[in-house]
Design a protein around this ligand. Structure first.
Ligand SMILES: Cc1cc2nc3c(=O)[nH]c(=O)nc-3n(C[C@H](O)[C@H](O)[C@H](O)COP(=O)(O)OP(=O)(O)OC[C@H]3O[C@@H](n4cnc5c(N)ncnc54)[C@H](O)[C@@H]3O)c2cc1C
Length: 366
């Protein structure tokens, strides 16, 4: 017993945040380290599949995954982290968890619910709401708003869909060409797109059908969905020993090994980092792989020169437009239609994302 305890010394890894980056890091470390994953939810969700789940609730069976399904050799603490010291992480439920290595992957603040079953019920409720409405208002023209508008337009072509965005163009995280192509595609599916306006959501509620825009327009819709970006979840770090590691935008400053600058055993990965690159899940997964390699090197007492450095790769963004089409921005070309749709839109990378976590790509749960 003593031998086992001794051999595990220096191998306690705490991963904070069980999203795209944190779930992969925890999974990849679980056989080499004593892993604790901290997340406010009992499950990991493939974020970009959520819009499909709103029009096809059974889709969520494969995309909302209990942490315990892929982290069989680790421990899960279901509570948000609220503080960090040089040696421990504190969570809202009063747990104090010691670490030798820390991986911060808190990406974006996700709305609860806490359990997988509750989350599946929410998708069912969204679906019922869409199904029973003749007209739907979507507020927000980022990737969530555009993808939801497209999902509804394709699956329920008889419904009137209106998308209102306060900026001058859709999809501000990609170039203008991609945004224009998405705009034209939505128009071709009879989605009404209103730019440069916001909606006063207090002006109506679901069932009371008329919403007023900042431009004085009235929009008739039986229900609405608010699709605005989720804020970064880094505020909680501002009262901790890492408060000076945040830049002006609340992003965590990391070095080339993905360690927090000036720290030897604290890593940050995913959307929360200050690396100047597009914030994408496949990039967050590359961060996870690099951080895991480096933690393994350090656990074995390896020198810094054996560690891997992270270099931002080429930036690709694909926004799905329903079940067959998408608009894709590659480094030198932007394309729309069913060819780029072949890459993402049918399965939304769900099989691939499950496989990377050791799960059957097709099976639900486990
Ligand atoms: C509509 C849409 C479509 C997208 N499509 C794609 C795509 O096709 N391909 C792609 O690669 N990327 C895509 N993305 C981007 C991708 O979703 C993000 O880049 C990715 O989710 C970032 O992963 P992350 O692990 O850094 O953060 P997240 O996935 O946001 O995970 C953060 C986790 O941390 C947890 N957390 C937060 N605060 C705390 C706390 N205090 N304590 C403990 N845990 C905490 C959260 O509950 C969550 O589980 C899309 C995004 C959107 C919105």
């Amino acid at each position: 017993m003593e031998g086992i305890a001794a051999s595990r010394q220096g191998r306690r890894v705490v991963v904070i945040g069980g999203g795209i980056a944190g779930s992969l890091a925890a999974k990849l470390l679980q056989l080499d380290a004593d892993v604790t994953l901290i997340d406010p939810k009992e499950y990991f969700e493939i974020t970009w599949a959520s819009l499909r789940s709103m029009v096809e609730p059974s889709f969520a069976e494969r995309t909302v995954i209990d942490h315990t399904s892929y982290l069989k050799n680790g421990r899960v603490v279901t509570s948000p982290a609220i503080n960090i010291s040089e040696t421990d992480v504190m969570t809202a439920d009063g747990s104090v968890i010691g670490y030798d290595f820390l991986v911060i992957a808190t990406g974006h603040n996700d709305l609860l619910p806490k359990t997988r079953q509750e989350k599946l019920s929410l998708y069912q409720a969204d679906y019922e709401k869409i199904k029973s409405s003749g007209s739907v208002l979507i507020v927000g023209g980022g990737p969530s708003g555009v993808e939801l508008a497209a999902e509804i337009a394709v699956d329920f072509p008889e419904k009137k869909v209106t998308l209102v965005h306060k900026g001058p163009r859709l999809l501000e995280f990609v170039g203008e060409k991609a945004a224009d192509k998405a705009f034209d595609w939505l128009k071709s599916k009879k989605v009404e797109v209103i730019l440069n306006q916001s909606v006063d959501l207090n002006s109506a509620s679901d069932g009371n059908k008329t919403y007023r825009t900042s431009g004085g327009e009235n929009i008739h819709a039986d229900c609405h969905f608010l699709c605005v970006g989720k804020p970064l979840s880094s505020q909680w770090l501002s009262g901790t020993t890492l408060k000076d590691s945040l830049d002006g935008k609340g992003r965590v400053m990391v070095d080339e090994y993905l360690r927090i600058r000036g720290r030897t055993n604290v890593f940050a990965i995913g959307d929360i980092t200050n690396i100047p690159e597009m914030k994408q899940g496949y990039i967050a997964e590359s961060h996870a792989s690099v951080a895991v390699k480096n933690i393994k090197v350090m656990m074995l007492g390896g020198k810094q020169k054996k560690m891997s450095t992270y270099k931002p790769g080429s930036e690709i963004a694909i926004v799905s437009l329903g079940r067959k089409d998408s608009v894709a921005q590659f480094p030198f070309v932007t394309v729309v239609g069913c060819l780029p749709g072949l890459i993402k839109s049918r399965d939304l990378f769900v099989g691939k994302t499950r496989k990377a976590r050791g799960l059957n790509p097709k099976l639900v749960q486990g």
